[in-house]
Design a protein around this ligand. Structure first.
Ligand SMILES: Nc1nc2c(c(=O)[nH]1)N[C@H]1C(S)=C(S)[C@@H](COP(=O)(O)O)O[C@H]1N2
Ligand SMILES: [Mo]
Length: 523
């Protein structure tokens, strides 16, 4: 005897989740970057005005994607639940709900930069699954209701027994539908060409790179101060891709074209066969607020861009390079930063490992001294030599500066804001950066007093003996402070003599400025 009884709403959820599973599995099988669900998330991201998304990112940091995902999931599940309840009226009553959901998903899937016509297929399969699964699942539910409302039969099984049989059929069908949904979602990626395959290919790579060795004099060993080398797993992540492109290195191509004498097309192997360049480079985001942590320092390995551009032969008049990623994100980089003597590179390894997929596998660009949004294209597939007056890169189109010189900045890591510090000497410290200019000195001021020089970690030294000015430095100081509340501020001085400005400016449109401040109590 089956006591368990599916409600109409639950039936809607079972059919709904099965449809989502089928469309996800199909998208993975086809090797498409986005499942319909992810495409909707990207559509929402692309329709959100720049200032709103930046306000949001500043509030919630890198949780932005998770929160967006949860909101979309909740809305979708509520709609699917409603579809189930509508099925109580008739098999076609839920159709408008599915049509709207499917319409949104199809629009999203077909309007991404990297969309193809077959991106509509997973959506179509999902909608078909919804319709078939829900009507098949609710058929015995209607039967049960008819039996219970009808008269007690004069012969054969009783009303209760008939209703019971219907309920059992409902449960069996729900199980079948769940297996199909979950099964497709699990099997699709395994037999398909999606991310798992690429993860596997990535793991098997044996790249011509050296492991990072943190230079001796860079660390000050102050507890609480950010590690000088940022491990890949801690490195901040910023991009517009809800699902990261999973690119098979064997099919990856980088095209260098535009205002050049000869177009150059590189395969992954071509890249590995060239002379490898390696260096410590600190990358940070223009959206990093004063004191923020959208910054990291890694050992990058790759191929210098300057000789590649020289081989292509840049034509006179060009002043910019438009980089495009596999998923259609773009950035405009000053040509000069790619052709001068800095180590601007097409990187294929990060901290001695093949680039993680999240950080741009199989290749991304890294340019010392520039913000990520104008230089550090992940999953890069296209480099067009051009002019700034002919292009509008992604973030520039949303109101950010076309060219934003990196702001020198410094941060206090300890003490934390609001910390209670025991009596005795107080250790203060953090990091400071002015990539490609270099930090000459870091100064701190307590309770509005004079600026006092702090101790700084050394710069890394390159094999040729020159200091590497492309990374952040650690700084630290010990202060004797009286019991009570205190305020500490920090500022950096560049190798070029510039003093970090105390003028407070927001991250938009060209990077935040101002001195980082921390308040704490000694006692
Ligand atoms: N394809 C692609 N590349 C991108 C972005 C992006 O949205 N898409 N964001 C850029 C920005 S704004 C920054 S700050 C850096 C961040 O690189 P990370 O995520 O590896 O730290 O990547 C840059 N490269
Ligand atoms: Mo960024």
């Amino acid at each position: 005897m089956s006591r368990v009884r599916l409600s109409w709403g639950t039936a809607g959820l079972v059919a709904g989740l099965a449809g989502l599973g089928v469309s996800y599995g199909a998208a993975q099988y086809l090797g498409r970057r986005l499942s319909p669900f992810d495409a909707v998330a990207e559509l929402v991201i692309s329709l959100t005005p720049g200032p709103v998304s930046h306000w949001f990112i500043q509030r919630v940091g890198t949780w932005d994607r998770t929160i967006l995902g949860i909101v979309i999931a909740v809305v979708a599940l509520l709609a699917l639940l409603a579809a189930g309840r509508l099925a109580e009226r008739s098999w076609w009553a839920p159709l408008p709900v599915y049509a709207v959901l499917g319409g949104i998903a199809a629009t999203a899937a077909l309007t991404r930069e990297d969309s193809r016509i077959d991106d509509a297929l997973p959506v179509a399969l999902g909608v078909v699954t919804w319709v078939l699964a829900l009507s098949w699942l609710t058929e015995p539910m209607h039967e049960e209701r008819a039996v219970l409302r009808g008269p007690e039969p004069s012969e054969g099984p009783s009303r209760a027994a008939l209703a019971d049989a219907s309920r059992r059929t409902v449960l069996i069908r729900a199980g079948v539908i769940a297996v199909i949904g979950v099964g497709t979602a699990v099997v699709g990626p395994v037999v398909g060409h999606g991310r798992r395959r690429v993860e596997q290919a990535r793991r098997l790579l044996n790249l011509p790179v050296t492991r990072p060795v943190v230079p001796k004099r860079v660390g000050l060993r102050v507890p609480g101060v950010t590690r000088w080398q940022t491990p890949n797993s801690d490195f901040y992540l910023i991009d517009t891709a809800f699902t990261k492109p999973a690119i098979d290195p064997d099919t990856w191509r980088l095209r260098i074209h535009g205002m050049v004498e000869r177009e150059v097309v590189l395969t992954y192997q071509d890249l590995l066969d060239r002379e490898v360049t390696e260096d410590w480079i600190t990358l940070n985001c223009v959206s990093n607020p004063v004191g923020g942590d959208l910054i990291g320092n890694a050992w990058w390995s790759g191929v210098r861009i300057a000789p590649l551009l020289a081989e292509a032969g840049v034509k006179p008049g060009a002043d910019a390079v438009l980089q495009t990623s596999e998923d259609g994100w773009t950035c405009g980089t000053p040509l000069e930063a790619l052709t001068d003597d800095r180590q601007a590179m097409i990187a294929f390894a990060m901290n001695g490992e093949p680039l993680p997929i999240e950080h741009g596998f199989p290749a991304r660009v890294i340019v010392p001294g520039l913000y990520g949004y104008v230089s550090a294209c992940k999953w890069v597939v296209d480099i067009e030599v051009t002019r700034f007056d002919r292009i509008s890169a992604y973030w520039v189109g949303l109101g950010w500066a076309e060219q934003a010189p990196l702001q020198m900045s410094s941060r206090i890591d300890v003490p934390r804001d609001g910390a209670e510090v025991p009596k005795g000497p107080v250790r203060i410290g953090g990091v400071a950066w002015a990539q490609h200019t270099g930090i000459a000195r870091v100064e701190y001021a307590v309770d509005g007093g004079p600026w006092v020089p702090a101790e700084t970690g050394g710069a890394a030294v390159r094999p040729d003996g020159t200091p590497n000015r492309d990374t952040w430095v650690q700084w630290a100081a010990t202060a004797e402070l009286s019991e009570g509340d205190h305020v500490v501020r920090v500022r950096a001085v560049g190798v070029d003599g510039t003093v970090q400005t105390g003028v407070e400016r927001d991250v938009a449109p060209a990077g935040a400025t101002g001195w980082h401040t921390r308040r704490f109590t000694v006692g």
